[in-house]
Design a protein around this ligand. Structure first.
Ligand code: ADP
Length: 362
């Protein structure tokens, strides 16, 4: 087994609070085991541009409390091309980088698997606020983002209460409604709307009418950014804005719209994110030192584990109905069955919470 002397760490795709905690853990854990560490600046772009800095124990000091990522992030299209990959591999060879830990989402893991296939062993660590990676119960950044939403919604609720208003709050999550669903429940929203399941607009508006009649003043509706309607030209119109107008005209309750957008991405990571990022970072280094690569570090039932990246990406595509011809060819019948079971589990988790959100809003 090859003994790694130097590893590189990068953050890529959308940033997430807790990425710094992962960088710190990877750096300190590797140094502790006699392995040098370098930081690659700006995701995969840093490999193409040879933008590389040494990481020492002191260079990751006091970053665990900070949101964002000290290594910065980027979306690098050139990296996906054969020429881009050749440049990235050449940079690793030139700088004696034996392996890479890539922190990010599914796109980042695709990059990591490509690097491994081109001779640079790589490990993925989850870092995305959306919690939208099917293979893992949890992604670093999710808890902080949800707590930031919760804080904002609580504030809106105070002012809604004072003025007998409704606020439709749109939250991030791309095609995944988990941030909306969980913060909607935790903030006592009267309705929650997510992309995964049909929304009964009529029932929600009826609910708001009834609540108004029974004397309720402040009302919150949480809508995921992934829900939209198409206009006559096929352009996506965010559903939250449409719903605001419909609630106001059909109930007579003054209704505002608030888009929390990128506010939710920043801020000091919660304990949950710092701890999970630290555990995942240490696991990534251990895997590399055990000679493993092309793995993604995940959380399952409270334990930090790891999975083959291709398996993780494939089950993700299965869950999102994006499987392409041949995607399942590399897997045994047993593996496909376990993927289907995981997709079913994820669907049930969302459905159960969604049903509960309707039950408790009345
Ligand atoms: P996330 O990791 O948050 O899902 P992206 O999907 O934007 O974010 O991916 C981040 C980066 O990972 C991309 O800019 C690109 O450099 C790399 N990447 C994404 N998809 C691939 C791919 N199919 N092959 C190689 N690299 C990829």
């Amino acid at each position: 087994m090859k003994k790694f002397k130097k590893i590189g760490v990068l953050t890529s795709g959308g940033d997430a609070p807790g990425m710094n905690a992962a960088i710190r853990a990877i750096t300190r854990s590797a140094l502790d085991q006699g392995v040098e560490v370098v930081g690659i600046i700006g995701g995969y772009s840093g490999l193409l541009e040879e933008n590389i800095i040494p990481l020492t124990s002191s260079s990751v000091s006091n970053i665990i409390t900070h949101g964002g990522t000290i290594l910065y992030s980027d979306r690098c299209l050139e990296f996906k091309t054969p020429e881009g990959m050749a440049k990235a591999v050449a940079t690793c060879k030139k700088h004696n980088i034996d392996a890479i830990v890539a922190i990010g989402g599914d796109g980042t893991f695709r990059g990591a698997t490509d690097l491994t296939l081109h001779g640079i062993p790589a490990i993925g660590v989850t870092g995305t606020i959306d919690n939208d990676i099917t293979a893992t119960d949890y992604t670093v950044g999710f808890d902080t983002a949800m707590n930031t939403v919760l804080d904002a919604v609580d504030r809106l609720r105070d002012t809604c209460e004072s003025h007998a208003r409704c606020d439709v709050v749109e939250v991030m999550g791309r095609d995944c409604g988990q941030i909306a669903l969980m913060t909607g429940i935790a903030s006592g929203a009267i309705a929650v709307c997510i992309p995964e399941l049909p929304f009964d607009e009529k029932a929600a508006i009826e609910e708001i009418k009834n609540a108004k009649e029974s004397g309720k003043r402040g009302m919150i509706v949480v809508v995921s950014e992934g829900v939209y309607e198409l206009d006559e030209n096929g352009k996506k119109i965010p559903y939250g804005e449409l719903l605001r107008e419909r609630i106001e005209t059909q109930t007579g309750v003054e209704t505002k719209f608030a888009r929390l957008a990128h506010v939710v991405r920043g801020g000091s990571p919660t304990l949950r994110d710092r701890l999970t990022a630290t555990k995942m970072g240490c696991e990534a280094v251990d895997l590399l030192l055990e000679g493993k690569s092309n793995r993604v570090v995940i959380e399952e039932d409270g334990y930090i584990k790891n999975l083959d990246i291709l398996y993780a990406l494939t089950v993700d595509r299965m869950y999102k109905n994006k499987l392409k011809d041949g995607d399942l060819d590399k897997f045994s019948a047993e593996e496909i069955k376990s993927m289907e079971a995981l997709c079913e589990k994820r669907r049930k988790e969302i459905k159960d919470l969604y049903d509960m959100s309707w039950e408790i809003c009345r």
